[in-house]
Design a protein around this ligand. Structure first.
Ligand code: LMR
Length: 394
């Protein structure tokens, strides 16, 4: 039986992570996978998370099951973190999931259960795993124009024109903030126009928010998601705690469905719980528990937020430094967009041959589409990247 299987094409981002690990050169720079790193190249456990973990180790008395939707307090706190007071809590169904990827997977399966004909409109480009999961589930993905490689910004007219082709019941997948892989984002006026279009067409928004707090700040980064959720009759949201709590391997995320009223909410909640049961039964608890501890304790929360702000402003400073250095070396402002981008990533606009040459000649690893993880840089490596870019003719 098993010999009927064919090879799967490996995930490019994860392959790059492996290639970097295996590169024997002593000086090498990893700008690949989206994991935050400090100036020393480490991915530290956040202070508040470590404290929460110690507290929880003392408090925890059993490893018995929690419940299929996860701990309700985790859901409440995460709904507040992402949605604030933009919608009534009683209209939001939610399940804890293994990371943001788990939330996306459950959201897509919910869509398939509710409307097997639904297509999912995805930005071009989008996180490759969006496409991979949709392909795996047999859901049609339809790209909409998003990135303008000439300016490094959003091709908003193209986006709106393509989204004009959605049908009622289709899904429009939007990155709530910090677009992955480009770093280019809509402003709030543009978000409002997208919301209006969704409401005219009857398409349902699905917001992937994996980097809240990495762009313009924890509250500012949630604004678009809140606008969508409070303006559209239904919104699906996949949120991740991997990045903003730095708990990647704990697999902590949440899938939320904002519904029209509380009776619909209860049916949706039952379906989400059912999906958890079918796919993995109970969601992981440990990471969710740490998030809960941090969010409900005023001191831990303040310390977490302060550290998150340091991470965010550190990335902004690296963006500026890289844009300045490229301006100095190239004598032009054509890389100014790097300072405008937000979040962990920027797409530099290099060809795959240039990306390859930078890897071969300078041991600098970035994704083949020239996406870099800004947090992989530090004061000393910014000039190395900038000069490597100029050397390959960027
Ligand atoms: C990324 O885009 O690099 C991250 O979201 C990690 C991943 O799983 O791909």
């Amino acid at each position: 039986m098993l010999n009927a299987l064919t090879e799967q094409s490996p995930d490019k981002i994860l392959m790059l992570m492996q290639a970097f690990r295996e590169d024997p050169r002593p000086v090498k720079i990893d700008l690949g996978v989206g994991v935050y790193k400090n100036a020393h190249g480490q991915t530290p456990i956040m202070r508040a998370v470590k404290k929460a973990e110690k507290q929880w180790w003392e408090e925890e008395t059993t490893k018995s099951y929690v419940n299929l939707a996860g701990d309700p307090e985790f859901s409440d706190l995460m709904i507040e973190l992402v949605l604030g007071t933009s919608v009534a809590r009683g209209n939001v169904a939610a399940i804890a999931t293994p990371g943001g990827t788990g939330a996306l997977r459950q959201a897509f399966e919910l869509v398939q259960m509710a409307n097997p004909e639904a297509k999912v409109f995805v930005s071009d480009p989008t996180w490759p795993n969006h496409l991979s999961i949709l392909r795996h589930l047999g859901i049609e993905a339809v790209p909409y124009r998003y990135f303008d490689s000439a300016t490094g910004g959003v091709n908003f007219d193209g986006m709106m024109e393509d989204l004009g082709k959605v049908s009622k019941g289709d899904i429009v997948l939007l990155h709530g903030c910090c677009h992955n892989p480009t770093g280019a984002n809509l402003n709030l006026t543009e978000w409002q126009a997208v919301v209006d279009l969704l409401n005219q067409t009857g398409a349902v928004p699905m917001v992937d928010i994996a980097y809240q707090g990495f762009g313009d700040g924890l509250e500012a980064d949630a604004k678009a998601t809140r606008l969508v959720a409070s303006s559209c009759p239904e919104t699906l949201i996949a949120a991740s705690c991997s990045k903003n709590f730095g708990i990647y391997r704990e697999r902590t995320g949440i899938m939320m469905a904002v519904t029209q009223d509380s009776s619909l909410r209860s049916v949706v909640q039952g379906n989400l719980t059912h999906l958890n049961r079918q796919n993995y039964s109970f969601p992981p608890d440990h990471g969710a528990r740490l998030v809960t501890h941090v969010l409900r304790d005023a001191d831990l929360r303040a310390d977490w937020l302060a550290e998150l702000e340091d991470i965010r402003t550190g990335m902004l400073a690296l963006r500026q430094q890289l844009a300045d250095e490229l301006q100095r070396l190239s004598g032009s402002n054509r890389f100014g967009f790097i300072a405008q981008h937000r979040g962990m990533f920027s797409r530099l606009g290099l060809t795959s041959a240039q990306v390859e040459k930078i890897r071969a000649d300078h041991a600098i690893y970035m994704v083949g589409d020239s996406r870099i993880n800004i947090a992989g840089l530090n004061d000393e490596s910014v000039p190395l990247l900038a000069s490597a870019m100029i050397k390959v003719g960027a």
